[in-house]
Design a protein around this ligand. Sequence first.
Ligand SMILES: *Cc1c(COP(=O)(O)O)cnc(C)c1O
Length: 447
Amino acid sequence: MASSPFTVSQERKIVTELPGPKSKELHARRLKTVSRGAGTLVDIYMDHGSGAILVDVDGNQIIDLGCGIGVTTIGHAHPAVAAAASAQASKLTHTLFTVTPYENYLRVAEKLAEHTPGDFEKHSILVNSGAEAVENAVKIARKFTGRRAIAALDHAFHGRTNLTMAMTYRPFPERAGMGPFPGEIYSVPTSYPFRDPEGMTGVEAAERTIDYINTHIGATELAALFVEPIQGDGGIVIPAEGFFETLSAFCTANGIMFVADEIQAGIARSGAWYSIEHSGVVPDMITSAKGIAGGFPLAAVTGRADVMDSVQPGGIGGTFGGNPVSTAAALAVFKLIEDENLIGEAQRVEKAFFARIGDWAEKFSVVGEVRGKGAMFGVELVHPGTRKPNPEALTAVITHATINGVIVLDAGSWDSVLRFLPSVVISDELIDDAATVIEEALAKLSV
Ligand SMILES: *Cc1c(COP(=O)(O)O)cnc(C)c1O
């Protein structure tokens, strides 16, 4: 790496029990003031970070395989992003783009047009969060097509607002008790090679999806099909080859917007700018968020100019969307990915992880499958000798990793997929060390 000025040594160092005494103190305060609904995976309170290491309030150096769900792809507190944001913060922090515009917004839209797939004019809108981007994509698709129905894939995660909860697959913990949800939202079958009938191809899975659409919704009623090219919260599910090609052709033939939700898998994470590129499909619209601004809140919908411009002025927008500081941070992120070949780094991380964890399904009976692309990995945990999901094993692995200073994520509709979304600047040594810690837990569960 040309300029990777880490301010913290890239090593795991445990100096107290985890969580440590200061974390415990903060946690006691938190229970008195913060909603229980904002549950945390790990009750370790962080103080600072650099690269792939987080340092907690007790001084423990922890390997971060989560990146706050795939946000700090370029590493924690990257100096280039910090400098861009702080320079912008003392220059101009807000005007509202739709009152008086500024150049940063245009520059981010230009970068999105440059790096999203498709050889045509693309326009963008910038908003604050992933869910807000998905909501806007729904509005735009309905406005452009004049249709109402929206389809999302089984095991999808599209957000936690009322509309995006309806598009999110599993009831727990995201939806339970918080309906009613808006109508005209449908879950349709996906391709999930580990759980589909043995040998089912991507084309066959897409035919199943299309049949479901035809018999439950009607192709002429459907405004948009939303897909995560690699499902994140669903458990790093990568559909079989041919799935997206077949669905995209069906959408094009029937005037349905094909929308790729790239909020988790986009912006270099999968070893490409956008994960749909692995299939060669060109979506009508793409949503970006998480990794786009190194931790600052920013999200976008980018799409065909005719689609994006079908909305009347004022029909989409929002007070903070495309904030000057967030866009300055995003421009620094785009520059880092371009100048430091972070897409190549994501591919290196893929190779290093698979070299280390690729044989886990053979080595550990509790592991059903290891899968991934770029810097995103899913380890599906099962009851030994079966494909039955094993959520208890996942809890045990996360607990073991946590108390030994490795942050890992959970995922999957059955809460049985161990998920890694490390920074693309993580070293091969840290990958090896983290894998060793996790193997201790897998070995105990596999006897
Ligand atoms: C995280 C995520 C969202 C929601 O983004 P927020 O910023 O949390 O609203 C939507 N879609 C996908 C694929 C995500 O991973």
